[in-house]
Design a protein around this ligand. Structure first.
Ligand code: KIV
Length: 262
């Protein structure tokens, strides 16, 4: 069995131009699919607020919900590096609260690191968490927790600001940075300038790795998916067809058949 992915392994992959494949996962089946398929990094994303809970954004997700899902994923993954996503208002109020909340992801839920959204504006938080011994993945560009400030889920194009954010989070001690919703050429520049691995989502092919929300990748959704998503399966349609067939067979008496009886 290959050895578990660690932060030094992710750095080595960047140095050797070996792409990092990441997905989100939220429960035993999604974590098991990712792990068994050989994924390098699993993010227990607060996107669960949308794809698992059915909300229109990630803002209502709580610490307790994140810890519940992270615990299940961390228990399931043996090789993949598991990152817990800090929900809205769990790190923005003050540094002691951010340390206490981030610590719970590691100590109570078994994550190897936490992720938080923001660039220069959260660099002091990243520094404090890193000093406390907690590894942090940053997340810049289109940051869904700022949906109202951004006026929607919009591609971010301010190159100077994006590069500054990336350099600041690296200097603050982040071990990696997610680049979301930014033009491919800006992501390429950032990736070249940083020592830490960049993980892109809607940020083009030049990042050190890619991440997708697993429900989008599997087609386990009937919401509109953004342009950057490539659905590798259509599980929602398969699931609906299967359940419709079951409804029909229960109605007709075809199910259960003799082979399903004791
Ligand atoms: O919450 C999430 O799933 C994320 C990824 C899209 C990077 O932040």
């Amino acid at each position: 069995m290959p050895s578990p992915i660690t932060i030094p392994a992710l750095f080595r992959m960047k140095r050797q131009s070996e792409k990092i494949a990441a997905v989100t996962a939220y429960d035993f089946p999604t974590a098991k699919i990712a792990e068994d398929a050989g994924i390098h990094l699993v993010l227990v994303g607060d996107s669960l607020g949308m794809v698992v809970q059915g909300n229109t954004n990630t803002l209502p997700v709580t610490m307790e919900e994140m810890l519940y899902h992270t615990r299940i994923v961390a228990r399931t993954c043996r090789q993949a590096f598991v990152v817990g996503d800090m929900p809205f208002m769990s790190y923005q109020t003050d540094i002691p609260a951010a340390i206490a909340n981030a610590g719970r992801f590691i100590k109570e839920a078994g994550a190897a690191a936490v992720k938080l959204e923001g660039g220069a504006s959260v660099s002091r938080v990243i520094e404090a968490l890193t000093e406390a011994g907690i590894s942090v993945q940053a997340h810049i560009g289109l940051t869904p927790q700022s949906v109202h400030q951004m006026g929607g889920y919009k591609v971010q194009r301010d190159e100077e600001r994006l590069l500054n954010d990336a350099l600041e989070v690296e200097a603050a001690g982040a071990f990696s940075v997610v680049l979301e919703g930014i033009p491919a050429d800006i992501a390429a520049t950032i990736t070249q300038r940083l020592q830490i691995p960049t993980i892109g989502i809607g940020a083009g092919p030049h990042c050190d790795g890619q991440i997708l929300v697993i429900h989008d990748l599997l087609g386990l959704t009937d919401r509109h998916v953004p342009k950057f998503v490539k659905p590798y399966a259509q599980l929602m349609a398969i699931g609906k067809d299967a359940v419709a067939k079951y409804v029909q067979e229960v109605g007709s008496g075809e199910f259960p058949g003799p082979e399903h009886c004791y």
